[in-house]
Design a protein around this ligand. Structure first.
Ligand code: ATP
Ligand code: MG
Length: 265
């Protein structure tokens, strides 16, 4: 390896995934990106969901894009061409809109169909400290592209009764991808979100998680906080919209915890 290559920045690439819908993936992706940016890290947020929520929540109009992730996945544009700056968040976004739903069909006929995102990100991995991938609520070919491109998975979850059951499907998928496609992939950790300590059941599930997964459970806990829910309608990450809110503080603390955790890699 030559000197330039070895001294280059190489991004940690993490998927934010959970096949369950509405569990806080996008909120986590946006606020972690902004939280890491606040810690002076260079971040690219990849919106791998045709809903385009990570794009809109970063203050970027998904209806007025010059390029988007769909064109990158089918090889019509480079990441450089398609990426946009989130001025409010202080990070770059590889944006998406409903056009991306067509990628599922276009990719099927392609060679290395699960590696398109991984291949596309190679050229920019040297420019960032972190690349965060906001996955859709499915275990689809799009999500498989995310898992193939990543070094690790961060799973946001609500401490509800069925949460553990759904988790085993995802953990098995991660194991299968690790075994068959991407040996670098591992579970980075579970993040408890929308947490309400007054609810006994949530405390119980949280304790169960800790006993099953040990230190794979992040110490930071994100409370249910209305400011986080309001922020996307202003095109702002919650950590920017109301810095002093409990939700913002939790995501900043989570960014801190993640930075410390990756130092041990
Ligand atoms: P999908 O599966 O549709 O992609 P998701 O897992 O990305 O959903 P989000 O969109 O982040 O989930 O969150 C679902 C809803 O919950 C949103 O309205 C969001 O604003 C709200 N929400 C997320 N986290 C919190 C929180 N900590 N406190 C209050 N509301 C939250
Ligand atoms: Mg989402």
């Amino acid at each position: 390896m030559n000197k330039t290559a070895s001294s280059e920045r190489r991004a940690h690439v993490f998927c934010i995934a959970n096949q369950k819908g509405g569990v806080g993936k996008t909120t986590t992706a946006i606020n972690l990106a902004a939280g890491l940016a606040a810690h002076k890290k260079k971040v690219l947020l990849v919106d791998l969901d045709p809903q385009g929520n990570a794009t809109m929540g970063s203050g970027i109009d998904k209806h007025a894009l010059q390029g988007n992730l769909y064109q990158v996945l089918i090889g019509e544009q480079s990441v450089e061409q398609a990426k946009v700056r989130s001025e409010s968040g202080g990070y770059d976004v590889l944006p998406s809109n409903r056009e991306l739903s067509g990628a599922e069909i276009d990719l099927v006929g392609m060679e290395q169909r699960e590696r398109q995102l991984a291949n596309a990100l190679v050229s920019v991995a040297g420019q960032y400290d972190f690349i965060l991938i906001d996955c859709p609520p499915t275990l689809s070919l799009l999500t498989l592209n995310g898992l193939t491109a990543a070094h690790g998975v961060i799973i946001p979850m609500q401490c509800e009764y069925f949460a553990l059951e759904g988790l085993s499907d995802l953990v098995n998928t991660i194991k299968r991808v690790h075994r068959n496609i991407n040996q670098e992939l591992k579970l980075i950790g579970l993040l408890r979100v929308m947490f309400d300590r007054r609810v006994t059941l949530q405390q119980q599930v949280s304790a169960q998680l800790e006993s099953h997964f040990g230190d794979k459970v992040f110490k930071s806990v994100v409370p249910r906080n209305v400011r986080l829910a309001e922020a996307p309608s202003h095109g702002l990450p919650g950590v920017v919209y109301d810095k002093s809110s409990a939700g913002a503080k939790a995501y900043i603390a989570f960014g801190d915890e993640l930075i410390k955790r990756v130092k041990n890699f």
